[in-house]
Design a protein around this ligand. Structure first.
Ligand SMILES: [Zn+2]
Length: 293
């Protein structure tokens, strides 16, 4: 199968050595000039100064939505295939609907694309691009969380999910729904589900859409969205918000709401990405940790 061949190529090729051909570090950091030769022998500096300009993790989190020295960006030459891939993913989403798109597996997505002229089959360069994105070592982007779905073709066990009425989102029946119901009972009906299960395809789309908004800065995208395969939304976590709060539910302003205050008082709720977390992800007061992985 052609796609498998591409995947094999990607895994065994330059990616394996962490040398993606299209990787580019931001170059707006002046390289340190070599010191002029001295007649007097001096000991070498204790540590190389070159990396000192990359902000540390705490500063990267604080300035999560800025372009920072050391960020990895998509070079100009990759923009055509990037935009074409993103547009085709959005045609698949429009075809199957937002709800189904969240649960869609990679192979099913390819079948939908092939079977509908309104979408069109993914050509080899777009498949290779998605495989490259999936195979990226997220730590190169500053994302230090684990890979939770190891394969691009991982599927969501749809029979174990349930659509939560009025939200358009799905949760795992066993591990997530009971917690969500308990939260609403304890906090109130103004606490709502804002994002539930997200499979590989949905996360791929979100990550690429975010990368488009950051002007191709993959590191900046990864500071506020897990790269595909690294999102706990695939295995049970979910996001909550305040009814009527809209997009502000996905900003630090959610932490100022009465809903969040009550959430924190419950004692049994854990936030996946607290302030000063060690994963390189911004503070996400809305993301409820369900799985302990
Ligand atoms: Zn989340």
């Amino acid at each position: 199968m052609k796609r498998r061949t591409l995947l094999k190529f990607a895994a065994g090729g330059a990616l394996g050595a962490g040398l993606l051909p299209w990787w580019r570090q931001r170059e707006d950091v002046p390289a340190s000039r070599p010191a002029p030769a001295s007649l007097v022998a001096t000991p070498p500096p204790a540590s190389p100064p070159a990396k000192a300009t990359r902000p540390d993790r705490a500063e990267r989190i604080r300035r999560f939505d800025e372009d920072l020295p050391g960020d990895v960006t998509l070079p100009a030459g990759r923009w055509p295939v990037f935009l074409a891939t993103l547009a085709r993913l959005e045609r698949v989403r429009d075809l199957v609907g937002h709800g189904h798109f969240a649960l869609l597996g990679f192979d099913a997505m390819l079948r939908h694309a092939r079977g509908h002229a309104s979408v069109g089959a993914f050509p080899p360069d777009e498949l290779a691009f998605m495989e490259e994105i999936f195979a990226l070592d997220a730590r190169r982007l500053g994302f230090e969380g684990p890979r939770v779905l190891p394969r691009l073709t991982a599927t969501i066990p749809v029979a174990e999910t349930v659509k939560v009425p009025g939200t358009g989102n799905y949760l795992y029946r066993d591990i997530s729904l009971a917690l969500y119901r308990r939260l609403r009972r304890d906090v109130g009906e103004s606490l709502i589900l804002t994002s539930g299960i997200r499979g590989i395809v949905k996360q791929m789309h979100l990550f690429l859409a975010k990368t488009r908004r950051t002007g191709g800065n993959l590191s900046r995208a990864a500071r506020s969205l897990a790269p595909p395969g690294h999102s706990y939304h695939g295995i049970g976590d979910f996001d909550v918000g305040k009814a009527g709060f809209g997009r502000a539910n996905f900003t630090a302003r959610f932490a100022e709401t009465e809903e969040f205050r009550r959430l924190r008082q419950l004692g049994y709720v854990r936030i996946r990405y607290p302030e000063n977390n060690t994963t390189g992800v911004r503070y996400e007061p809305w993301h409820v940790r369900v799985v302990s992985a």
